[in-house]
Design a protein around this ligand. Structure first.
Ligand code: F6P
Length: 550
């Protein structure tokens, strides 16, 4: 279907039907939904790969879900899905294919972009990465002075940082603990300083990760890293080859920087930055966990890709999660979505999802070039439980905002914990289950009174409940499960972008700030009179120079 000629989303009969349904449901209560259906707790569940998905604690009925699926069908979500998997250029504003799914396709798959099967190229790079990772891990790859590599510093930002940094943390228990892996992203020099201050340069490998190889933060940090290394080693440019590799689509800029293209691991313009950590961008992660574990992770991604591609609408988990987000964002005025993992290893998971979701669907212009009249991507936020419980859960339970949340938990603690620490896992998970129960069912004033609470405190101690949550539960956190989780969210984001009729794969909204930063910089450094500075910014720049004694 030609996206430009489609009826506006909010004028479709399916949208109107959902709006009417929302009105009819009124203030639907979670307690009533469960009372009306004894099987809801186990019936409103799905399984994909290792992930058990419970969506019973949502403000939806069978009818709601049916109407949401009809909306998806009317917006041809599955048509766009097929176009994506086929390698069509569905990123229309950049005229690019969107093929992160090809990064985890099996060797014998055939996926064509402009008539060329890209799968052999994907596997050639994976093999090159594996060979390199093995050499670093075994000590066969040595630095300029002959010492083996003990430290890996990934320098990149956005998708060239958040993915590998997140995954490294998630899979820490699978990493070679003798290798230190750090991630530098911020152009604040403190980031590189802290990452390198205790490292022996002779044992340090810098992995410069940048799709474009023109991102100012990354190139600035990479240049400083090179200066640091050469200074520490008291060596010339010839030392770079053993200590710098590049992950990029841009061979010209990589060699311009002084990195031998032989030490470059390639990916392609049909891989979006925020969809890229399963490409060459995952090299630091592969060095940490080894090629076999990395491949297990890719298999996890692929499993969910296949599920998304083939499962019918009724049991398609990414579709379901996307539609639930539409239900709350567009029909309940929810502004945000919390992702609350009950695993300390997933500390950076939500930060990773912020880019995935908010850079993809934080748009207000549709594929048809017109302003949209409906809400698009939510604010995504959250940190691991139980920490959040002692910080902001108060607002989720008793505040004035509706905040749908995903709770992610695992039945088993990671294997390497001591028995004593493993024993804490049940307490962690007791909190996990308790929270979604409290959020859904709350505590009525009568229940509070029955506890003997004085009348003046009853309202304060009442929990209204009806806060929707999805529970994602797996046996254990493994590389494959991580791949499954990430693919699930990637496709959820896809579903929502398709319904909202926005291009989820461009990111024009980050450009203006970049351009202005370049323009403002001479005003800070040289006091240059930068034309076009507004009065507020001009005064701030003057204050900054005064404070710096310039
Ligand atoms: O500024 C946003 C962005 O373009 C992201 O989309 C991307 O992940 C990040 O910058 C880094 O880009 P690159 O990998 O080209 O350095």
């Amino acid at each position: 279907m030609n996206a430009d000629s489609r009826t506006r989303l909010d004028q479709t009969p399916e949208w109107t039907a959902l709006a009417q349904h929302r009105e009819q449901l009124g203030e639907v209560r979670m307690r009533d939904l469960f009372a009306a259906d004894a099987g809801r707790g186990s019936g409103y569940t799905l399984q994909v790969g290792d992930l058990y998905v419970d969506y019973s604690k949502h403000l939806v009925t069978d009818e709601t879900l049916r109407l949401l699926r009809e909306l998806a069908a009317a917006r041809d979500v599955f048509g766009l899905r097929a176009a994506m998997f086929r390698g069509e250029k569905i990123n229309t504003t950049e005229n690019r294919a969107v093929l992160h799914t090809a990064l985890r396709a099996p060797r014998d798959a055939v996926i064509e972009v402009d008539g060329e099967n890209v799968v052999p190229r994907v596997h050639a790079v994976l093999d090159k990465m594996a060979d390199f990772a093995d050499r670093v891990r075994s000590g066969a790859w040595t630095g300029h002075t002959g010492k083996p590599i003990k430290n890996v510093v990934n320098v990149g930002i956005g998708g060239s940082d958040l993915g590998p940094a997140m995954a490294y943390d998630v899979l820490r228990a699978f990493t070679d603990r003798d290798i230190t892996v750090r991630f530098v992203s911020n152009v604040d020099g403190a980031d590189l300083h802290e990452a390198t201050r205790d490292l022996d340069a002779a044992e340090t490998l810098f992995v410069i990760a940048s799709k474009t190889f023109t991102t100012i933060e990354t190139i600035t940090n990479a240049t400083s890293a090179r200066d640091w290394l050469l200074g520490e080693l008291k060596a010339g440019q010839e030392a770079v080859a053993q200590h710098f590799v590049a992950l990029s689509t841009n061979t010209r800029e990589v060699s311009g920087f002084g990195i031998d293209p032989a030490n470059m691991f390639e990916f392609w313009d049909w891989v979006g930055g925020r969809y890229s950590y399963d490409s060459a961008i995952g090299l630091s992660l592969m060095i940490a966990i080894g090629p076999d574990r990395f491949r297990e992770m890719l298999d996890g991604f692929h499993l969910v890709d296949e599920h998304f591609r083939t499962a019918p609408a009724e049991s398609n988990v990414p579709l379901l999660l996307g539609l639930l987000g539409i239900w709350y964002g567009n029909f309940h005025d929810a502004q945000s979505h919390a992702v609350l993992p009950y695993s300390h290893y997933l500390s950076k998971f939500t930060a990773y999802l912020q880019q995935l979701d908010m850079e993809s669907n934080g748009k207000s212009v549709g594929r048809d070039g017109r302003e949209v009249d409906w809400q698009t991507g939510p604010v995504v936020w959250g940190t691991p439980g139980t920490n959040g419980q002692h910080a902001y859960y108060q607002l989720i339970h008793q505040g004035t905002k509706l905040i749908p949340a995903d709770f992610i938990g695992f039945a088993e603690p990671v294997a390497e914990l001591s028995d004593e620490l493993k024993a804490q896992h049940d307490l962690l998970m007791a909190n996990f289950f308790a929270q979604t129960q409290a959020l859904a069912f709350g505590k009525t004033p009568d229940e509070v009174r029955a506890e003997g609470v004085p009348e003046e405190l009853v309202a304060h101690k009442t929990f209204k409940g009806d806060h929707p949550t999805t529970t994602l539960l797996a046996r254990a956190l493994t590389p494959s499960v991580l791949g499954q989780l990430v693919a699930l969210y990637e496709h959820k984001v896809f579903v929502q972008g398709a319904i909202w009729n926005i291009d989820s794969f461009d990111q024009w909204g980050v450009e203006l700030g970049k351009v202005l930063a370049k323009r403002v910089e001479p005003a800070l450094t040289e006091g240059a009179d930068v034309p076009g500075l507004d009065p507020s910014t001009r005064a701030l720049v003057a204050k900054y120079r005064e404070l710096r004694g310039r």
